[in-house]
Each structure stands twice: as structure tokens, then as C-alpha cells.
Design a protein around this ligand. Sequence first.
Ligand code: C2E
Ligand code: MG
Ligand code: MG
Length: 683
Amino acid sequence: MAESEHRRTRNTSLERYVTSVSVCALVVMFWVVRASGSPRVGDRWPGLCLFVVLLCACEIKPITVARVSGVKETVASTTFAFAIFLSYGPVLAMCAQAAASLLGDLCAKKSGLKLIFNVGQYWIAWGLAAIGFAGVAGGRTLFDDGASWRWNLGVLTAGVLFFVANNSLVGAAIALSSASSMKRVVRRTIVQEATSDCVLLAWAPIVIIVADRSLVFLPLLLLPVFAVYKSASISVEKEHQALHDVLTGLPNRLSFVDALQRRIVQPKLAYKQAAVLLIDLDRFKEVNDTLGHHAGDVLLALIGPRLRPVLPELSIIARLGGDEFAILLPTVQHQVDAISIAAEIGRALEAPFPIDDFQLEVEASIGVALFPDHGRTTDELIKHADIAMYVAKSRHSVTELYDSSQDHHSTKRLRLVGELRRAISDGEITLYYQPKLDLHSGAVCGVEALVRWIHPQHGLVLPSEFVPVAEHTGLIRPLTRHVLATAVQQAAIWRQSGHELAVAINLSARSLHDGGIVHDVSEDLTRYGLPGRLLQIEITESSIMADPARARRILDQLHEMGVNLSIDDFGTGYSSLAYLQELPVNEIKIDRSFVTNVVDSPADQVIVKSTIDLAKNLGLTSTAEGIESAPALSWLRSAGCDQAQGFHIARPMPAHELGEWISEARARDSTQTLKLVSQGKHA
Ligand code: C2E
Ligand code: MG
Ligand code: MG
């Protein structure tokens, strides 16, 4: 509704402008006819006829030239109109120009408003030129006066006045129709047209001289015009190629950024909102992989025509690359308008696309960012729309409006999360296992399962890259289920091959408080036939303290299944010791930030020793994580720590490597293993 209101206001002011131009044109024409009297043609009528024919030919076939702001048409008729003006007087020039302009506009099927405006604009411009010419040269033609200095000066004055008046009137019309700054557009039009108009006007006296010698030579003057046509059309084609996507014919990223930039700097629209919409087709890769690139290409080419009808006038739709499209809505009244257009786009894409013999269904994720609220530069707006789009992807919603609280997700992270669901089902999410050593016996007493994403492009992705974002987007549930099932299955396999190893998994706060975890654990233990005591669950203090009563209920249920519970990263959060004592916890894992430098840091030594003692007094196992050196391992053993985990013992590794590692460790005497480890030689 806002858009149509704007359009109506623009149209009214444009109509008023054209009416004023038309009235002025009539007054000017009246004055010119009165001032210059009846035109004198005499026996020079063949020349006049030829000029008129050439004038009409040039109006019918405009030259297309590339400009920074897009492709524009210009006409070479000015030369012949000016030649008539100088040889036969302004009245005939104005009549001939009006006839040619009407003919050209009718051929191009221009609107009535444009038809009237173009004639009016020419009449005013030639009328002013006539006033200037009359003032300086006394209105005498070349044939009356010869090339006297007054005539030369008159030609110059008339040319300058025509050029300035004509381009100012056109510039004002462009400014009104695009709601841009009048001053800026008029100045820009004058500067842009200066070169071509100067050449065309300067040609007029030459045309007159040639015509005076022989009319036969006159059409030869069109040869340079043809040369201009040719080079202009080549440059337009090149310009088009540089700014458009070959496959879809839509503007490309460069062109979109340029249009967005022009919209941002438009002073008249500085306080109005604009919207950037980024669209990503969710199942495009599948189309390419299963039906081939041809089908993918056809699908991409169908997107633009499908979306055009649902977009407001003046919107720009571009293909940024791959299956990513962008839309610029230059004015939106409220953010809900942008969201409802985005929703309409989503609906438009829902209908199946006919490709070859298939009816292909695609889904889209659309991110919306608004100018100026979500960014004042092209980079910011596109980046924020991109973030919103990835949030939409990960939430499985069609449309999301950018929200600054999404900022902590970097685009790359969100991109990863967008792919995470697929990665889980495609088996890209795997577990590495890091052994834990019993410091009293030297035996391997368990392993911690640490999630890894083997990404086809990015390689190994660590949990810190995707677990926190998965937590924010609801993907943590499928991730945790996958980790749990994989870990339980692996522990069952090791058990069958004779290695009774307790496997520990990490549970984030979201998963702990998600009621489904108890059910999932029970189901997996039953499915793989693993006793509960061989599964351990690591939770942090803060995730327990987020909702202690609920945490307690869940932990109690897990404990009843025989599952061991461990407080991870102990010392880094806040917890009530009295409360911890009541929980069915078996182990405290001392955070690696206190352990790694324990040998050199008396402060860390105090913390670690106190924690070991605390665990002992509460009847819990103490485990130190992050042991990176033999001295640290020795220190912990002498401090009475029960278990140890760290790079010095072994780095996290894939299941098959861990199997070999354990077999080697068990082949040696356990105490020997511990001794080797203490001496800094990896077992
Ligand atoms: P965490 O549970 O404290 O896991 C121990 C982390 O310390 C692991 O990092 C491990 O590779 C690293 N580490 C082990 N020994 C050493 C050492 O000697 N020196 C140093 N500097 N680091 C050592 P990772 O695998 O990058 O995991 C980081 C965190 O991501 C984990 O901390 C855990 O909180 C989380 N995480 C890992 N897997 C999962 C999962 O499946 N689910 C959830 N919710 N979180 C997970
Ligand atoms: Mg852990
Ligand atoms: Mg930890």
C-alpha cells in the first residue's frame, strides 16, 4: 500500500510538470512564430526535405549508450534540427523536430505523457536558442549574412542555450519520476550529455556547408553516425555482460551492490527504509547432483521470472552466485511490509518448477535486513541479510528478519550450522576418543568422546566452532542424539572385543534440560546392550545451576540406569558445594586451565590440591584434564589425583586408532605404561 501511495504522488508531480512544460512550450512557439515571421525556404526546399528525412531517421533509430547508472538512449537528430534552425530559421526547426520526435516516440510505443513532454521540451529548448541567436546574430541565417563573427557567436550562443535547456528539462523529469534530488540529477544529466551533445551541435554548421555544396554528399555524413552506433552497441553489450549473470540474465553481484549503493546515498530517501532480501535455495545441490547441471541451470533461470510478479515496481532482483539471489526493495514503509513480501516470495517458490519431465519442488530460506536500522553500508546490509538467511536455514523457517542478537554467530559459523543437519545424516559428524588413565594402577580406565566434523571443504572442524551455535538453533538435540548413539555403539563394540571401557560424552545445558535425554540414553543402552556403568555423562557446573531442581530430577533418573555422572570443567563455574554433595555425581574433572601449568604455578597447585581433597572427602573420583607434560602428571599423582587425561598421555583420536592404542598399552605391564608416561614417552 505504501509503495502504491508513493507511486501515485510521483505520478501527480510528474503530470503537473509535463503540463507546465507543455504550456511554456506553446507560449515559446507563439513567441518564436511572431518574432521570426514566416519562414523563407525559396528554392532551397530539397535541402530542407533531406534534413527533415535525416532528422526523422535519427529519431526513429536512437543510439544506445552505456552509462554508470545503466543503459540510456540518445538521438543524433540534434545535428539536423540545428542545421534546419541555422539555415531555415527556428520555426521550421521546431516543427520538424516535433514531427520527428512524435514519429520516433510512436515507433517506440512511448506513453502519451512522454510524447507530449518530448515535443514540449524540444520547443522550449529551441525557443530559448532562438532568443539567444536573435539577440546575438539578429536572427539572420547563414545565407543572409555569411559566416560573420556575429553569426558565429550567435551559433555558439544558440547551441549552448539549447544544450543547457534541453538537458535541464530532461534531468528534472528524471528526478521527479525517480524521486531523486533535482539539483543532483540535472547536474548529472548535463555533465553526462556534454560530450555527445557538443559533437552533435558542432556538426550542424558542417552539415550546412556540405549541403550547400551538394546534397548528394549529405547522407555520407551519416557514416560517422553509423560508426558511433556500432561502437556504442558493442560497448553496451560489454557493459551488460559485466553487470549481468549470463545464465539468468539477471543483474549480478556487482550490479546489485552498485544499485544498493545508489539507493543508500539518495538524499531524498535518506529517512525512508529500504530492504535487502537474500534468498538461498535449500535443495539446489540435490537437484544438481541427482538431475544434473542442466536441470540446475534451468531451475536457476526460472527463479527471476517466477519472482518478478510478486515484487513491487522498482525492485531489483539479482543473482549473487550459485543458488543465492538478492532483492532490493528501494522503499518499504514498515518492516512488516518487507517481511510480508519475503513471505510472498517464499510462497511463490513453493509451487513446483517444471523441468524436463519433472515437477521440481524447492524450498528457500530468506534473510531480510533493513536500511538504515540494520546497516548503512552495502557490506553491512548484505552481511546482515546473509546472517538472517542462515538463521532461517538453521531454524527451518522460510523468512527471518535480521536481529542484532544474531551477531555472535559469524557468517561462517552460521553457514556451518546451515549444513549441520545434512552433515549429521551424511555421516560427516564423528567422534574422537581421548583415553583417561588411572593414576593408581596405570590402567586405561575410560575414554572421553569428543565430537568432530569432518567437513568436505573445511576439513576437521572442532566442537567450539559449531556446538555453541547448534545450542542456539535447536540443532543440539539431533547432534547429541547422534553423539550418544555413536558413543554407546562404540563402547559396545570395544566391550565385545574384550576392552571394557567406560565412554564419557559431553552434555550441554540445553540437552540436559531437554526431557528427551533420559529416554534417548535408555533406548541406546538397550539397543546396543551396553551396561549403564560403561556410559558416563559430563556436565558443567553452570548447566546444573541453570535449573538445579530439574537437573537433579534428570540426573537421578540417569543414575538409576547405572550411568556415571561427572562434573566437567570444575572450578570455572559457580556451584553450591552443599548442592553438589546431594547430586548423584561420581567424578569431578578439574578444568585444564588449572592443570596445564600446575608445576610452575603455586596458585594452581593450591586449587588443584584443594579440589582433589574435596573430591576425596565427598567420596568422588578426581580427574585432571589437560595434562601436557610428564612433570604435571607426576605432580598430580603425588597430589593424590585419581585419574588423568591430556595430550601428554594421548590426543583425541578416531575409534580404530584408539583400539590399537589400548591394545599396545595393555600389551605392556600397566605400571610400565604409567612409568613410560611419567617419563614423557608416549605409550
Ligand atoms: P571438554 O569436555 O572439557 O573436553 C576436553 C577438551 O580439551 C577437548 O577439546 C580436548 O581435545 C582438549 N584437551 C584434551 N587434552 C588436552 C591437553 O592436554 N591440552 C589442551 N590444551 N587441550 C586438551 P575439544 O575436543 O576441542 O572440545 C572442546 C569442548 O567442546 C569440550 O570441552 C566440550 O565442552 C565440548 N564438546 C566436545 N564434544 C562435545 C559433544 O559431543 N557435545 C557437547 N555438547 N559438547 C562437546
Ligand atoms: Mg568433557
Ligand atoms: Mg573439560
